[in-house]
Design a protein around this ligand. Structure first.
Ligand SMILES: *Cc1c(COP(=O)(O)O)cnc(C)c1O
Ligand code: SF4
Length: 338
């Protein structure tokens, strides 16, 4: 059944396409400091961190930060600090050992019934705590010819029910490529679900445009989108409208967060986050503890603190607004509850 998406294109104060917004994201650490009125003491750390993993912040995300506040919870996710230079025992470059599970180029099959496809090497934003900050995306971004190999793998393994588009950020790819890929996937009879893990609807809400809703709205596959929002201030009206357009196209919206020191490590913030997510029609899914990636140790929260935060959170929220506190342990058959 082919149905065209009935949702009209909406504009939210910006005549810019998402591609232009992506191309014009801030990529200069000093410009980031200047735009937020941070003084020169932040420059050396920002520049040193940028040399390890480049700064990237779209304007739409920047606009939700408070100028003059170096501790703004959104800024903290994207501003490299001096602390990134510290070596911390146990914090390594590939904490999830993904290189070992790369069954085909761009394909990670770790869990039963679902396969993760690295669909785009790029992200629209570079998050300092990212467990993939050292991942060799370019080596793993498949070309059209390599997709043939990946699709063969999916066709041959009839236990696979769900294709998970990930990255990088899968929505950094263009709609022609994504539409082609989804057409290929839906032709595989045993595939039931299409899942996307993305931060783009949050950091550039204009990404949810007609061209995207066209291929997403018409597929026979059931659609799940796992957004990645760590703090309630990330959800403004433009994010809420992007979520509405996705819901109208039949997409189930879930959210995963990472528990991050200085960003969301309080019961009040986590409770507000869950409430705000639900206002945007998104259900909390996972609250991950930090993966021990080199350069991100300053975001770490110890397990006991994480458990007691979540225990207290449970006393303030309805059960359906509680995220599951999990850790990813290499070699395990699922995420591991704490
Ligand atoms: C996290 C992850 C998944 C999805 O796990 P769910 O528990 O289904 O959300 C699938 N594949 C890989 C490689 C993952 O890291
Ligand atoms: S993969 Fe996700 S967490 Fe990592 S930099 Fe990209 S958007 Fe941020």
């Amino acid at each position: 059944m082919i149905t065209r998406s009935p949702i009209p294109l909406q504009r939210h104060g910006s005549a810019d396409t998402w591609q232009r917004q992506l191309a014009h994201a801030i990529r200069d650490p000093r410009e980031l400091c200047r735009r937020l009125a941070l003084d020169a003491q932040w420059w050396p750390g920002a520049e040193a961190g940028h040399a390890l993993f480049e700064v990237r912040v779209p304007e739409a995300y920047l606009s939700r930060m408070r100028p003059g506040d170096p501790h703004d919870p959104l800024l903290r996710q994207v501003l490299p600090l001096e602390a990134e230079q510290q070596q911390t025992p146990g914090f390594v470059s590939d904490p999830l050992e993904e290189r070992e599970h790369t069954a085909r180029r761009g394909l990670i099959h770790k869990y039963a019934g679902r396969v993760l496809l690295i669909t785009s090497p790029a992200c629209a934003i570079n998050c300092r705590y990212c467990f993939r900050r050292h991942f060799p995306y370019e080596e793993n971004a498949p070309s059209r010819a390599q997709w043939a190999d990946t699709l063969d793998y999916l066709r041959q393994d009839t236990s696979i029910r769900e294709a998970i588009l990930s990255g990088g950020d899968p929505l950094a790819a263009n709609d022609r490529q994504l539409g082609w890929l989804v057409d290929q996937l839906e032709a595989i009879p045993h595939l039931k679900r299409l899942r996307l893990h993305t931060r783009l609807p949050v950091v550039i809400p204009d990404r949810i445009d007609d061209a995207l809703l066209d291929w997403l709205g018409r597929t026979r596959l059931q659609k799940v989108m796992v957004l990645h929002i760590n703090h309630p201030a990330e959800i403004d009206d433009s994010v809420i409208s992007a979520c509405q357009r996705l819901r109208q196209a039949g997409v189930t919206l879930l959210n995963q967060s990472v528990l991050l020191s200085g960003v969301n490590d309080s019961v009040t913030t986590l409770a507000e986050l869950s409430e705000r997510l639900f206002e945007a029609d998104i259900l909390p899914y996972y609250l991950h503890v930090l993966d021990p990636v080199e350069g991100a140790a300053h975001f770490d929260i110890d397990d006991d603190t994480a458990r007691s935060l979540v225990a207290e959170l449970r006393t303030t929220l309805p059960g359906f607004l509680m995220p599951r506190l999990v850790r990813e342990i290499p070699g395990e058959a699922s995420k591991t509850p704490l």
